[in-house]
Design a protein around this ligand. Structure first.
Ligand code: FE2
Ligand code: FE2
Length: 460
């Protein structure tokens, strides 16, 4: 049980456990409860609070009676009324709640205290104040331990391990949507070859020859990546005459991002009633181009380094959730658009009010299904709430937020938005963008957006 685990967090894996989980945060300090609440709510968990052990036990019993038991409890040690150790003693002797996973938070690393907690079957022990990463690691460990124990007993594992009341889940419409999506068999899929390319980009022994061999299994994808690599979009000066040469010159990550872009574009290129898919594709392609313009303009203020292929892909992906909502919740989407227009509110707010969930959340759900990397996912999930991001790619998310604003302002393509989105001045300040810069930026985006024709030419 490590106090200071600095291991990288696998957000894709952590999200599988967090999304839709029921968590109880028990601490007499509201500031600590707030950290836990904000950390998990931002990743779609339900978090309740209690300020001592006795209150926590009451809440846990009530939740069980309502058929919505908690998946995990974070508990402080020193608290008034009933402290964490006493809480654990009561909990472990409760015949219904005794198996609930618990993570202990404490201000000191007293080995006697840790030993006592371990004897009371805790999943993990965190020294306060907790970091987001440490909380995510503790959650992932607790849930995976629980699933292993349950699997050994032949019981249900995963999100449905805690039996929920049917009606309770259906009170939250967003849960209904995700539940329905889970049952849809013909979800848009990315080509299998992408998984193999991705695996090779992470393999230190891979080389351009092996990647080129794999890409030959998907000739149309290969041809388009080759064409893209040679296009003015990537500033190609000397033509590249072989796929292997392209891979060598561009690098494995760039080829992976380009192949993903081509595959995503194919998914986006679908005719749907009441929706101009070509204008939508143009909006997404242009958002990627605007991200490149902004990246060059704000370079000095940015802390992170991004390649053009990643910026193009991030723009292309940012509104991918709309494809899913339109395809599988068509009437609801049209209702949200109408509602947004009537109320003069942005589409994502209208979606939240009418569907209970917006396209950034649905897009993130799809991104997880597609095994996209955290970096590729960041702009999908947070382009409308850039200051909420905890992905470690703040600059990327802020660039996408501003690029989306600019493309909507200039009406380059049409993402189906119901009004010109408002920009967040704090984001402008953070990336060093001033209002006075906007006309010059717009001019560059207008010129550069002509390059979107290259990507549009892939949509036949
Ligand atoms: Fe959006
Ligand atoms: Fe957008």
């Amino acid at each position: 049980m490590s106090q200071d685990n600095k291991q990288q967090v696998d957000y894709a894996q952590v999200d599988m456990f967090i999304s839709g989980a029921y968590i109880l945060a028990v601490d007499d300090f509201s500031s600590i409860r707030r950290i836990i609440v904000n950390t998990f709510r931002s990743r779609e968990a339900y978090v309740d609070e209690a300020s001592n052990g006795a209150m926590a036990l009451d809440k846990m019993r009530m939740a069980l009676e309502n058929h919505s038991p908690y998946d995990l409890v974070f508990v402080d040690v020193e608290m008034p009324v009933m402290d964490g150790i006493e809480f654990l003693r009561h909990l472990r002797t409760d015949k219904d709640l005794g198996e609930t996973p618990v993570v202990v938070l404490s201000s000191h690393s007293d080995s006697e205290e840790i030993r006592e907690c371990i004897s009371l079957k805790i999943s993990d022990y965190i020294i306060k104040p907790p970091t987001r990463e440490r909380l995510y690691q503790a959650m992932a460990k607790a849930m995976s331990d629980r699933d292993q124990v349950r699997a050994a007993k032949g019981l249900t594992v995963g999100k449905d391990a805690a039996p929920r009341e049917k009606g309770a889940a259906e009170k939250d419409y967003s849960k209904v949507i995700f539940k329905k999506l889970e049952t849809i068999e013909r979800l848009p899929a990315l080509p299998v070859v992408l998984e193999r390319i991705k695996a090779l980009t992470h393999d230190p022994n891979s080389n351009s020859e092996r990647i080129a061999m794999i890409m030959k299994d998907e000739p149309s994808l290969m041809a388009n990546v080759f064409k893209l690599a040679n296009s003015v979009l990537y500033g190609a000066r000397d033509p590249i005459d072989s796929l292997q040469g392209a891979i060598t010159r561009l690098g494995l990550n760039a080829v992976n991002n380009m192949a993903t872009s081509m595959a995503v574009l194919a998914v986006m290129n679908q005719k749907m009633e009441g929706f101009d898919h070509k204008a939508y594709c143009k909006h997404c392609i242009s958002t990627g181009i605007a991200m490149c313009v902004l990246y060059d303009h704000c370079r000095e203020k940015l802390r992170e380094t991004y390649t053009r292929d990643l910026l193009h892909l991030a723009g292309l992906l940012h509104d991918i959730g709309k494809i899913i909502i339109i395809q599988f919740f068509h009437k609801e989407f049209l209702d949200a658009v109408e509602f947004g227009k009537k109320q003069a509110i942005p589409l994502f707010v209208a979606e939240q009010k009418t569907l209970g969930v917006d396209h950034s959340e649905v897009g993130a759900w799809l991104g997880r299904k597609w095994n996209l990397s955290t970096m590729q996912m960041a702009s999908i999930r947070y382009h409308h709430s850039p200051l909420m991001t905890d992905t470690g790619h703040d600059d990327l998310v802020m660039l996408c937020h501003c690029a989306n604003y600019i493309c909507n302002l200039e009406k380059i393509g049409d993402g189906g938005d119901t009004m010109t989105p408002m920009f967040d001045q704090r984001v402008f300040d953070k990336i060093g963008l001033r209002q006075g810069d906007i006309p010059g930026i717009l001019e560059r985006v207008r010129n550069e957006a002509r390059k979107s024709e290259i990507m549009m030419s892939f949509l036949s």
